[in-house]
Design a protein around this ligand. Structure first.
Ligand SMILES: NC(=O)c1ccc[n+]([C@@H]2O[C@H](COP(=O)([O-])OP(=O)(O)OC[C@H]3O[C@@H](n4cnc5c(N)ncnc54)[C@H](OP(=O)(O)O)[C@@H]3O)[C@@H](O)[C@H]2O)c1
Length: 246
């Protein structure tokens, strides 16, 4: 599905929420989903960046102006996440892309600082669970819905030095598998995407000596992101997908 060609109206009439929409892969997904007709719900921690992205999407004629919610995943707990989603006033959700994440400090497990470990698990794992809980009632109201979690190669095969980040991505794969099984008899499908090495700020932080021009861009990954969010991927569920060839 890496060469999937999405119909122009693939996501027409779909309401799709995206976390980490203001940078990197999430931003590319927001622009791509809007261009394919989606009504977006953009979640981010920075209200100025969120408004700028809303303005850009609205100016691009990609349909209705996105709805924005400010949520710092480092601080989000079950109650505040529920309150944030409730305040958006949504009646249903057709898609949820859990994309936001942090790399944390790379290094051996033996040396990981307690606070840094907890921060990475909070943003990459716990906050996603709170968002899933808050959004499931809205996803149940859609005729068909897609949940995408964001994994990593180091979330499928551990690698020395990737520490708390790698462990958080194993947890992400696990969360996807458990939820997909729990929702197997429903119209909600749940999958993971592993973007692979991609030209973003996170990758530059992980590999400062790498030439970013050798990497695929977030926009290059969008065929799979579109496929998994649109109806052509029904009824795929419980799978981990690579957005780049190995
Ligand atoms: N790039 C790669 O090579 C690669 C490879 C494998 C997996 N991934 C995964 O792909 C996803 C996107 O990564 P990326 O490369 O696009 O990274 P990125 O450019 O660093 O973007 C990360 C996004 O997460 C948001 N975020 C970070 N901390 C947050 C917080 N406390 N509350 C709310 N939002 C927060 C950021 O918000 P701001 O815009 O406010 O900074 C940003 O929008 C991540 O889950 C990452 O683990 C990336």
């Amino acid at each position: 599905m890496l060469d999937y060609q999405a119909p122009p109206a693939l996501l027409a009439d779909k309401t799709i929420a995206i976390t980490g929409a203001t940078a990197g892969i999430g931003r590319a997904a927001a622009l791509s989903y809007a261009a394919h007709g989606a009504h977006l719900v953009l979640l981010g921690r920075d209200p100025v960046k969120l408004q700028a992205l809303c303005d850009e999407i609205a100016a691009g004629g990609g349909g209705a102006r996105p709805c924005c919610g400010v949520l710092d995943l480092a601080l989000a707990d079950q109650a505040s996440t529920r309150a944030c989603v409730a305040a958006l006033g949504l009646t249903r959700l057709d898609g949820l892309l859990l994309n936001a994440g942090v790399l944390g400090t790379l290094g051996p497990l033996a040396d990981i600082d307690e606070g840094e470990w907890l921060r990475v698990q909070q943003i990459n794992v716990s906050a996603n669970l709170w968002l899933l809980q808050a959004c499931l009632p809205l996803l149940r109201r859609a005729p068909a819905a897609s949940i995408l979690l964001t994994s990593s190669g180091v979330g499928k095969r551990g690698r020395a030095g990737w520490g708390s980040y790698a462990v958080s991505k194993f947890a992400t794969e696990g969360m996807m598998q458990v939820l997909a099984d729990e929702l197997a008899q429903t119209h909600i499908r749940v999958n993971c995407i592993n973007p692979g090495a991609t030209r973003t700020a996170m990758r530059a932080a992980a590999k400062p000596d790498e030439d970013p021009m050798t990497l695929r861009t977030p926009a290059d990954l969008m065929p799979l992101y579109l496929y998994l969010m649109g109806a052509d991927s029904e009824p795929q569920t419980g799978r981990s997908w690579d957005a780049q060839p190995k």
